[in-house]
Design a protein around this ligand. Sequence first.
Ligand code: PLP
Length: 407
Amino acid sequence: MSSAEVNRQTFDEVMVPNYSPAAFIPVSGEGSRLVDQDGKEYIDFAAGIAVTSLGHRHPEVTRALHEQVDRLWHLSNTFTNEPALRLARRLTETTFAERVFFANSGAEANEAALKLARRWAHDHYGETKRKIVSCKQSFHGRTLFTVSVGGQPKYTEGFAPLPGDLEHIAFNDPAAAEAAIDDSTCAVIVEPVQGEGGVLPASPEYLKKLRELCSRHNALLIFDEVQIGVGRAGTLFAYMDYGVTPDILTSAKALGNGFPVGAMLTTKDIAASFVVGTHGSTYGGNPLACTVADKVIEIVNTPEVLGGVQQRHERIVEALARINETHRAFRDVRGKGLLIGAELAADLAGKAKDFVNVAAKHGLVILVAGPNVVRFAPSLIISEEDLAEGLKRFEATVAEVVAAARG
Ligand SMILES: *Cc1c(COP(=O)(O)O)cnc(C)c1O
């Protein structure tokens, strides 16, 4: 095969085998539709993994990027640049935050947040305040620090020695939080809606309890909004809907609508612990990434986009309930805004991946969140037509998987 011709088999020949990609390769996309190498069309209910929230190739985002491509690509952090400053100003004007650090991914934004928390506690309280509390089943990224803080042991297996002074507690359990968070705690990190862990929203009482415990013990509350942030909850960030304000918030995924970018947001006082030389990133704050993110936030943070999220949520949840009346495939449908999980009925346990594979056959892209949960994370502006067509294809998928499983 010439180097110009590539297909799914090429993956097995040249790539590190840490992924198991679909049998088809999408080659172009527009809005909530994808087209693969064979010209087959798919409805996209995944948006990457909650990344392309404005759909593929949103015209305004594309135009902004083109303009910046023709102006300036990169400077390094020995300079600042206009797109980074504009984006930081927009983020500080629209959130609790007063200071912003840019990275290239969710893991890097969380790595910065965790390092800042340790450094802040060290500066203000000394050596002993360094415990980080996080939740079981949580996901915070794949660097050694973030994967260790994350609550899924399978992701740290074989990577010891791991960073220390980490404690994992049951999610949504105020008593467990009360028992774990003490004066030696420098930070508590939580996803307001656990994404990878199975699409599990925190209860408002739980987040309020974490806020109260962190304030009482002088620990920083970090919200990992890498997956739920940037409009997916129906507010610009989920903390706004919960009415609980963190000390540090991390964002990535939808922030760049497909262009790699991450951000850590915090207050002026906490940010002060990252003095010159304490942390950095070659690409963090890159003009291309920041131009895209600035346009994304501008578009998402409007009543038209945010106001459509809950309406689409209800549309999907109603359709799933109707499908379930016929097929009894789900024991629970839950989530927030346009991050929705359908947990499989007992006799379909472990088959979430089957739904993804069969959906592809029917021209639909969906996700799993663990072995038992089918996850939906469509574009926030998916059209009614694409939504209806995708739900139709999903019903056909459910019928086929259920028929195969139950005979
Ligand atoms: C995806 C995700 C991350 C990691 O983001 P990367 O860009 O893959 O590093 C971290 N936290 C949450 C909640 C995520 O969903």
